[in-house]
Design a protein around this ligand. Structure first.
Ligand SMILES: Cc1cc2nc3c(=O)[nH]c(=O)nc-3n(C[C@H](O)[C@H](O)[C@H](O)COP(=O)(O)OP(=O)(O)OC[C@H]3O[C@@H](n4cnc5c(N)ncnc54)[C@H](O)[C@@H]3O)c2cc1C
Length: 456
């Protein structure tokens, strides 16, 4: 079980959808709109038939056979009939989008089916901290994979920005993990010790040097300085990924909900949409975040559950620090536009998207305890989101153990933004080359498979 840095114990609600279907979270408004993340607030727009019509099995070509440039140009130039895709992706959060983007670069035809708008669920609700050492309390597969992701980020972000012109605000902010209690100071010192042993750039700051660096903090008994941490604007990241996917020829169907994964004889052959339409495809990637367990068709539900997070943004004048500040109770993440994200609760509340009085109270109290000057800061926005949680805290990445041609990429819990580039690369290697060696075996979907004796 991976132990993550704690969030506050205590939903994407209180929001409207604008006419592009974009979530606008009740700015300066605390009343409830009560819309489940990823669900449109009004009935989905009728989507045009997608064109990979079902009924009989569609494409039977070898999925690993590369799309030729002749086929690619035919795809672009001929309006219809649409050629069958090589891969159907269910869910266009950062994970589905980033994997699709890799496969498009390899010449694949990829169709994404998104119930709402791309990148508007957990990927939109996140704080955008990229913090391997802030999240892993011990070395292990999670930390290794997260560090791989962090290392890949600068090139990944630069390429996305060049390709789309969308600025994703990747910043070498670093983080201060502040101890407000003696037991927490001990835990952070221990983390510093093993981090240094493993060659990481961390420092333990005693109260005096911390006060010199961050005069706005009060009650701190020291802090772990994590110099390798980055931050990114996750909403811009999702926008850029969606733009890149479409620029690369990916077909992104918005307001298109998948209800069932279709398979026969142990092989996937497509999906059935909420409207009843069937799409045929020899490969399907399930990347529907916290909702993966809700689709029918797989023998066992994918063991992903929603873990609600309530967050808000303040507009302090000035920002308390250019760094990310974190305590056991709360984290404070600056944005270039002067906002300060304050998060987050961590709650088992099903798919209830409510913001609650106690949730908001706790994160605000945690923020003010850490930086008293925030007491007068105006509240700019409040929202909730659903992290895709798993029983052991690890993501679920790889081929489905029971249905050939079905792949899973979900369960990124608190770290899906951080793990996006590493997940995209490793899953693309699996889908393109059939090699799972870039994926930690601890993340394999087989760990939740029923054993042959039928127990479990
Ligand atoms: C409050 C909060 C703070 C966070 N902070 C951070 C952070 O600082 N750093 C970090 O790395 N991570 C953070 N995370 C975690 C991160 O946001 C998630 O791990 C990540 O966004 C998961 O991405 P995803 O693409 O798997 O899921 P999602 O972004 O949820 O995307 C899944 C998509 O699937 C779609 N979908 C669902 N069901 C269907 C269906 N049946 N048919 C079609 N489409 C469907 C949904 O509409 C959605 O768009 C945070 C999460 C929360 C909630």
């Amino acid at each position: 079980m991976v132990r993550m840095a704690p969030d506050v114990d205590v939903a994407e609600a209180h929001r409207d959808l604008d006419f592009q279907g974009e979530h606008i979270v009740s700015r300066h408004r605390l009343s409830s709109g009560s819309v489940e993340p990823g669900h449109p607030a009004r009935p989905p727009k009728p989507t045009a038939p997608i064109g990979v019509v079902g009924g009989a099995l569609g494409s039977v070509r070898d999925p690993l056979e590369r799309t030729t440039s002749e086929e690619m140009s035919r795809t672009r130039n001929q309006p219809d009939p649409t050629p069958s895709p090589d891969l159907l992706v269910i869910g266009a959060g950062v994970i589905g989008l980033a994997i699709a983007r890799e496969l498009l670069a390899a010449g694949r035809r990829v169709t994404l089916l998104e119930r709402s708008e791309p990148g508007r669920a957990a990927s939109w609700a996140a704080a955008g901290m990229l913090s391997p050492l802030g999240e892993a309390l011990e070395p292990g597969p999670f930390l290794r994979f997260a560090l791989e992701g962090l290392e890949a980020y600068p090139a990944f972000a630069a390429e996305l920005e060049d390709e789309t012109g969308i600025e994703v605000e990747l910043r070498h902010s670093g983080k201060l993990r502040v101890a407000l209690s003696h037991p927490e100071a001990e835990r952070l010192r221990a983390r510093h010790a093993w981090a240094v042993e493993h060659g990481h750039r961390t420092a333990w700051l005693e109260p005096d040097s911390l006060a010199e660096l961050e005069p706005g903090l009060t009650g701190a008994l020291g802090a772990l300085r994590l110099d390798e941490d980055l931050r990114i604007d996750n909403r811009q990241l999702a926008r850029a990924l969606a733009a890149s996917v479409e620029a690369r020829g990916g077909r992104l169907h918005r307001h298109t909900e998948v209800e069932e994964i279709l398979h026969a004889g142990g092989r996937v052959h497509g999906v059935r949409l909420a409207g009843g339409e069937r799409l045929e495809c020899p490969r399907v990637l399930l990347a529907a975040g916290a909702w993966c367990g809700r689709l029918s068709g797989r023998p066992d539900a994918v063991p992903v559950r929603p873990v609600r997070g309530q967050m808000l943004a303040l507009r302090p004048e000035p920002l308390p620090s250019p760094r990310v500040l974190e305590s056991e109770e709360v984290y404070l993440v600056p944005r270039d536009d002067g906002r300060l994200l304050v998060g987050a609760t961590e709650e088992e509340a099903g798919f209830d998207p409510s913001l609650t009085a106690v949730g908001v109270q706790r994160i605000l109290a945690g923020a003010i305890r850490l930086v008293p000057a925030l007491a007068g800061a105006p509240i700019d926005e409040l929202w909730t989101g659903f992290r895709p949680g798993t029983p052991d805290g690890f993501p679920i990445l790889g081929a489905d153990p029971e249905i050939e041609g079905l792949y899973l990429a979900t369960g990124h819990f608190r770290n899906g933004i951080l793990l996006t580039p590493a997940t995209a690369r490793a899953m693309a290697t699996l889908l393109e080359e059939g090699r799972a060696d870039s994926l930690p075996p601890e993340f394999a979907p087989t760990r939740f498979a029923r054993d042959p004796a039928g127990r479990g």
